[in-house]
Design a protein around this ligand. Structure first.
Ligand code: AMP
Ligand code: MN
Ligand code: MN
Ligand code: MN
Length: 276
């Protein structure tokens, strides 16, 4: 039987549109054989996802995507095969959850100064008790016709340095790696080519990540080109990091990204699942 891994996805516990149950069901329908739900800074979808995996006959790997800051820049670190109940991990992400609520208020305040009202109530309602992310603000701006695409919401208002951007100091990169390692998981650099680092910054980042106990890097993500896969695998090999595969699926509305629809890992890769 072929195995299809998808080790990066989101549910309604953060900025995904499907409940954990529906997400796992969809993964199963797409032929995925092993899935990790990796919501932003929360483990609240984990129990439901694990339970669903039993009924849809799919292997479940507990996960999370942690927001971190290193050298003044934001990096996402995926934790795979974590223990979602681990104390250090949970006290760590509690702080990030507070930061997210505070940031949401500040973003809404900045939007109000631009005469865009009602954002706070709308994102709180949309998040429905889950993490509030900029994706929720982008959806609000789009649904109220302030922008004509979600991307435009980031380009005009929400992206780094734009008028309603709120700079946030997330978890220390090394701290986040520790939480993941202490909970028995594997720390993986999410979408490594999305940070727009120069080659020398990328090398510094990879060296630091490795030195602090990071073990993996996403070599194949939802929309990777063959060149991008080669480059990411080159970094994996240079820094002796295991290779992960994850779509970063958020919603069926995005026709470009589907659960499990991923290129194979290069033959030279060391698969991250060998570490589970
Ligand atoms: P946050 O972690 O709250 O800053 O929100 C980041 C989330 O917003 C990401 O996980 C994506 O889901 C989404 N996002 C970030 N940048 C963009 C972008 N340029 N276009 C569309 N969605 C984005
Ligand atoms: Mn997201
Ligand atoms: Mn991310
Ligand atoms: Mn993600």
């Amino acid at each position: 039987m072929t195995t299809i891994y998808d080790l990066h996805s989101h549910s309604s516990a953060s900025d995904g549109s499907l409940t954990p149950d529906k997400l796992i069901q969809r993964a199963s329908q797409m032929g995925v054989t092993s899935i990790a739900l990796t919501d932003h800074d929360t483990i609240n979808g984990q129990a439901e996802a694990a339970k669903a995996a039993l009924s849809y006959d799919i292997n479940y790997i507990p996960g999370i995507e942690i927001s971190t800051t290193w050298e003044n820049k934001c990096f996402h670190i995926v934790g795979l095969n974590i223990d979602p109940q681990h104390t250090a991990l949970n006290s760590g992400i509690n702080k990030l959850q507070t930061l997210r609520s505070e940031r949401a208020k500040k973003i809404a305040f900045k939007l109000e100064k631009k005469r865009i009202t009602g954002a706070y109530d709308a994102v709180i309602e949309a998040a429905n008790g889950g993490m509030v992310t900029r994706a929720h603000f982008a959806n609000f701006l789009y649904s109220q016709n302030y922008v004509s695409t979600q991307q435009e919401a980031f380009d005009r208002y929400l992206g780094a340095g734009k008028s309603c951007f709120v700079k946030t100091v997330w978890a220390d990169l090394s701290e986040a790696i520790n939480w993941i390692n202490q909970s028995g998981g594997v720390a993986v650099i999410a979408h490594p080519l999305r940070y727009k680092l120069t080659a020398s910054w990328m090398k510094r980042f990879l060296a630091f990540f490795k030195d602090q106990g990071g073990l993996g890097i996403e070599v194949v993500t939802g929309r990777s080109t063959p060149d991008e896969i080669r480059l990411a695998q080159k970094y994996a090999a240079q820094y002796d990091l295991a290779a992960s595969v994850g779509s970063d699926f958020h919603t069926p509305d995005n026709q470009w990204v589907e659960l499990g629809r991923l290129a194979p890992l290069p033959e030279t890769s060391k698969p991250v699942w060998d570490l589970f």
